[in-house]
Design a binder for this molecule. Structure first.
Ligand code: HEC
Ligand code: HEC
Ligand code: HEC
Ligand code: HEC
Length: 410
């Protein structure tokens, strides 16, 4: 939607342009230079429309959205100072959806189009909520946290997860999802830990779910230290092309897996890989994909596979480095405006919104429960930690009201 920001504009959303921000019912500016689409209706409100919007809000909305549009209820958004077209479009969409979430069909049914435009205009004229006084919590870099949590692992798995001990796997080069699932499998007992690895058992038991995520990210993102395991490899006869093609179906070309839960094999310690194959064959380690592949292999063949993959070069895992809330916000502000103060009437402001509501909205976009083409791609890659950090970031931004100038009554 293109809007001409001319003199005589009825509503300019001059958010975040620094000092001199005005908001008010400052009379009229003559006729609009806007060519209005239906979605711009609330921008054309008169002061009596706004007064009617207030009546409706006090009667039907304030019990949930708070007096003056500042919510005191968990996961219910503040509406004060929210951008008018966004509010209007959202309410229209709700009305069309025919669902009782979040607004009962009964409530929405009796609201005319004019009433929706009025109530949207009314909320847009209000001063936004104030951000909390306490500063936003400082962000803890998950990789740095993972490095600390992985300290007890280094004596066996090597600094940076490059193994120097035959029989101990390298962890570098493995996808974080595989690492997390594997650590959980050891913790739950699904994957056995021999008595010689009592220390690993203890070290893993000390880690909570979030620690496991951090540790996995730490190992996965050590790509500048990526080398094959620094362990002996006696070599062996190279497996045939046909035999390797079977493994490549899952473990990828050159032993570099492209599916997160299938481990890469390139550069893995040969003794460990051989143990793993033997364990699948004798049933001590079970996996629906692997176990059947090992039944027909003899020990020499397994040794050859292990030696072959150990001799290949590992590659960095293809995942993104976690971003801090500030780094995320740079991406979000492209649409949501400087510090979440949207300058587009159809895009919601995020500044000083309730953090619990922001978190809940982001989770709904991520799961698809709330649909938006703009937000779907953005939210799909957010972790729970990202969501908490971003929500706190925006909740703490200084909000800027929309400049709202009602047209004179006819
Ligand atoms: C019974 C409680 C309740 C009442 C009454 C209510 N709302 Fe809501 N409203 C909610 C909740 C809860 C949400 C958040 C829904 C979600 O998380 O998707 C919401 C969301 C909204 C949104 C979307 C907000 C945003 O920032 O995306 C708008 C707009 C809105 N309400 C306007 C109104 C208006 C206008 C009225 C009165 C006509 C009203 N609501 C009455 C509970 C209520
Ligand atoms: C006492 C030495 C020791 C310590 C300490 C240790 N490990 Fe291990 N780890 C091993 C050995 C040996 C194996 C192979 C066990 C097997 O065959 O299942 C292993 C296997 C693993 C695997 C499976 C890798 C794969 O490719 O499937 C993961 C993941 C792992 N360890 C993570 C950790 C983490 C994280 C820590 C620290 C919290 C840790 N280990 C501490 C010795 C250790
Ligand atoms: C159908 C898919 C599939 C095929 C084909 C396959 N693998 Fe696997 N492989 C897996 C999966 C999935 C795992 C991880 C299973 C688990 O969590 O225990 C795995 C694990 C392994 C491991 C243990 C790695 C580690 O880090 O613990 C080795 C070694 C291995 N495979 C070798 C081979 C070889 C050699 C072949 C070819 C003969 C082969 N695989 C064929 C899916 C497959
Ligand atoms: C391409 C433009 C665009 C980008 C980039 C974008 N958003 Fe949005 N966002 C929108 C639009 C449009 C909506 C309204 C969608 C709707 O109607 O549900 C929205 C809605 C939201 C909402 C719901 C607000 C409310 O009041 O209900 C939140 C929260 C949000 N975005 C957060 C973010 C975050 C965090 C990022 C960055 C990770 C981001 N957005 C990036 C366009 C964008």
């Amino acid at each position: 939607m293109a809007i001409d920001y001319n003199v005589g504009l009825l509503l300019g959303v001059a958010a975040a342009l620094g000092a001199g921000l005005t908001f008010g019912m400052t009379g009229a500016f003559g006729q609009s230079a806007l060519t209005s689409g239906d979605e711009l209706r609330p921008l054309y409100a008169t002061s009596s429309d706004v007064a009617e919007g207030k009546q409706l809000a006090d009667l039907s909305c304030s019990n949930c959205h708070g007096a003056g549009g500042v919510s005191t209820t968990e996961r219910v958004p503040n509406l004060a100072g929210q951008r008018p077209s966004y509010l209007y479009l959202k309410l229209k969409a709700d009305q069309r959806s025919g669902s009782d979430e979040p607004h009962s069909v009964k409530l929405m049914k009796f609201l005319s189009d004019d009433a929706l435009a009025d109530v949207a205009a009314y909320y847009a004229t209000l001063d936004p909520a104030s951000p909390p006084d306490a500063p936003a919590p400082t962000w803890a870099d998950p990789i740095a946290a993972g490095k600390i949590a992985a300290e007890p692992c280094a004596k066996c798995h090597g600094e940076n997860g490059v193994s120097h001990k035959a029989g101990v796997p390298s962890l570098i080069g493995l996808h974080p999802k595989y690492l997390v699932e594997t650590m959980q499998a050891y913790k739950s007992g699904d994957r056995p830990i021999g008595p010689e690895n009592e220390d690993m058992k203890k070290a893993l038991e000390a880690l909570g779910d979030q620690d496991l995520q951090h540790v996995a990210l730490y190992y996965a993102l050590q790509s500048e230290n990526l080398t094959p395991a620094q362990t002996p490899n006696d070599g062996g006869a190279p497996p045939t092309k046909e035999a390797l093609a079977i493994c490549a179906k899952c473990h990828g070309d050159g032993g570099i897996s492209t599916t997160p839960i299938t481990p890469s094999l390139a550069g893995q310690d040969a003794a460990y890989a051989l143990n793993a194959l033997r364990a699948y064959k004798d049933g001590t380690r079970e996996d629906d994909a692997m176990s059947p592949k090992t039944k027909k292999l003899d020990d020499v063949e397994m040794k050859n596979f292990a030696a072959y993959f150990a001799g290949l070069d590992p590659k960095p895992v293809n995942i993104l480095k976690p971003l801090s809330p500030d780094e995320w916000a740079e991406k979000c502000d492209r649409c949501h405006g400087v510090n979440g103060n949207s300058a587009r009437p159809e895009v919601p402001a995020l500044a000083a919104q309730r953090p619990d509501y922001l978190e809940s909205a982001l989770r709904k976009y991520r799961s698809g429960a709330r649909k938006s083409s703009e937000m779907a791609a953005m939210s799909s890659i957010l972790t729970e930690e990202d969501i908490a950090g971003i929500a706190a970031h925006y909740a703490h931004q200084k909000p800027r009201a929309a400049v709202f100038v009602p047209v004179p009554s006819k």
